[in-house]
Design a protein around this ligand. Structure first.
Ligand SMILES: C[S@@+](CC[C@H](N)C(=O)[O-])C[C@H]1O[C@@H](n2cnc3c(N)ncnc32)[C@H](O)[C@@H]1O
Length: 305
C-alpha cells in the first residue's frame, strides 16, 4: 500500500496519459469512498443546508440536472461517469430519461453495473442508491475514452461531463465528438475545475498552490478562457457559464479542517499517516487558491446549432 500511495504522489507531479489517470482513480476512488462513505467522485456544492460531502455531491448532481434542463431531454450521454451514481440520481429524478454512462476506468464501469444489479438489495444507508423505475432498460454502460465515442451521429439530447473534462486530452477532440453525437439544439453540459487568474503570478506558483486538485487534475490545467474559446471554435453557442468555486472548494476544505480528527481516523484504517498529512495540507492550499481567485469551478451550458 505504501508504494502505491508514494507512486500516486509521484504521478501527481508528472505528465500523465490516460493509463495514469485510470491508475490514479483506482486509488483515489477508493480514498474518496472511504472518506465520504458514498460512491460519488465530485467535490459537491455546499450551501447552508448541506451537512456532509455526500449531501454536497447530491446537491451538485441535482444542480447540474436543472442547469442542463434534463427535464425535457430523452437521451443523455454521461462522459466520465465514475460509479454511475450521478446517472442513477438523474434517472430517479427524470422518469422519461435514458442514460448512457461512459468511463475510461473499467473497474468503475463494472462496479457501477454491479451496483445496478444489486440496487434493490442494498440496505447500506451510506450508499443511498436511489429507486429507479425500469432501470435495466434505461441505463447503459460503455468502457471507452472521451475522444472516440462509439455512439451514432445526432442521437443525444444532452452530453454531460461532470467533473471529468479536465482529464480529457485533447479536449478539442471530445468537443468534436460531442458536436457529432448531439442532436441539433442539444446541450453540452460541463462541470469543470479551471484556472482563472493566471496573470497574478507565474504559472508554476499557481500550479503549486492548487492543493488537493493537483492530485486528480491532469497535466493540462485548463484555463476558463481556453475552455470558452474551445467550445465556441467547435460550433457551440455558450448559453450560460456559472462560476460556483466559492461554494465548492472553500466549504469542502473548511469541512475537512473542522472534522479532521474524525476523517483522519477513517483514513488511517486504510492508508498511511503521511497521506492524511498531504491531504490536510492540500485542503488548506486549495482553500487559499479559491480565496485568491486562482481557481474556479465552472458550469457551462452550450447549444449545438
Ligand atoms: C472526478 S471523477 C467524476 C466521476 C463522476 N462524474 C462523479 O461525479 O461521481 C472523473 C471521472 O472521469 C473519468 N475519466 C478520466 N479521463 C477520462 C477519459 N479520457 N474518458 C472517459 N472518462 C474519463 C475517470 O475515470 C473518473 O471516473
Amino acid at each position: 500500500m505504501f508504494y502505491r500511495i508514494t507512486w500516486l504522489a509521484l504521478l501527481s507531479l508528472l505528465r500523465r496519459n490516460d493509463k495514469d489517470v485510470i491508475k490514479i482513480y483506482d486509488i483515489f476512488g477508493d480514498l474518496m469512498k472511504t472518506t465520504t462513505g458514498g460512491n460519488m467522485l465530485n467535490f459537491g456544492y455546499w450551501d447552508k443546508e448541506v451537512k456532509d460531502p455526500f449531501e454536497a455531491q447530491i446537491k451538485l448532481t441535482n444542480m447540474l440536472g436543472t442547469f442542463g434542463s434534463f427535464f425535457n431531454a430523452k437521451n443523455i450521454l454521461d462522459v466520465g461517469s465514475g460509479y454511475s451514481i450521478p446517472a442513477l440520481k438523474w434517472l430517479a429524478e427524470y422518469p422519461n430519461l435514458n442514460l448512457c454512462c461512459i468511463d475510461i476506468n473499467y473497474n468503475q464501469i463494472i462496479e457501477g453495473m454491479h451496483l445496478l444489479k444489486e440496487n434493490h438489495k442494498l440496505k447500506q444507508e451510506t450508499l443511498r442508491i436511489f429507486s429507479v423505475i425500469n432501470l435495466e432498460n434505461r441505463l447503459f454502460h460503455i468502457n471507452s475514452t472521451s475522444t472516440f465515442l462509439a455512439v451514432k451521429n445526432d442521437t443525444m439530447d444532452r452530453i454531460v461531463a461532470f467533473e471529468s473534462a479536465h482529464h480529457f486530452r485533447p479536449l478539442k477532440q471530445f468537443m468534436r465528438e460531442a458536436r457529432r453525437i448531439l442532436k441539433r439544439l442539444g446541450f453540452l453540459v460541463i462541470a469543470i475545475p479551471v484556472i482563472v487568474n493566471n496573470s497574478q503570478g507565474s504559472r508554476l506558483t499557481n500550479l503549486k498552490d492548487l492543493g488537493i486538485l493537483k492530485i486528480t487534475w491532469a497535466s493540462e490545467h485548463y484555463e476558463l478562457e481556453f475552455v470558452k474559446s474551445l467550445i465556441e471554435e467547435n460550433g457551440f453557442k455558450i448559453d450560460e457559464i456559472r462560476l460556483i468555486g466559492s461554494s465548492v472548494y472553500q466549504p469542502l476544505a473548511s469541512y475537512y479542517l473542522k472534522n479532521r480528527t474524525h476523517i483522519r481516523n477513517i483514513i488511517l484504517t486504510h492508508y498511511p499517516n503521511f497521506l492524511e498529512v498531504i491531504i490536510n495540507k492540500s485542503m488548506s492550499r486549495m482553500k487559499r487558491a479559491s480565496e485568491n481567485g486562482v481557481i474556479e469551478y465552472a458550469l457551462f451550458r452550450c447549444t449545438k446549432y
